[in-house]
Design a protein. Sequence first.
Length: 75
Amino acid sequence: MTDRDLIDLFVKSLIREFGKNRRHWRAVLGEVRLYSVETHPHCNWSITPDGDHYENAAVERLADRLRGEHPIISA
């Protein structure tokens, strides 16, 4: 899985669960930050949402789930 695939998965899941549109959630998500697998062997990515309190909470809950399903991604 790549960082773009991960963003697509985030967006599709957020639209399905909370509505709004792709452009809105893409703006809330921002970019995926990738880390070296050597220094982060359990999960090499993070995301810092930039929405309101409820949107950020929704993204963080989904991120927790996706970290378990897709802990290592590529650029």
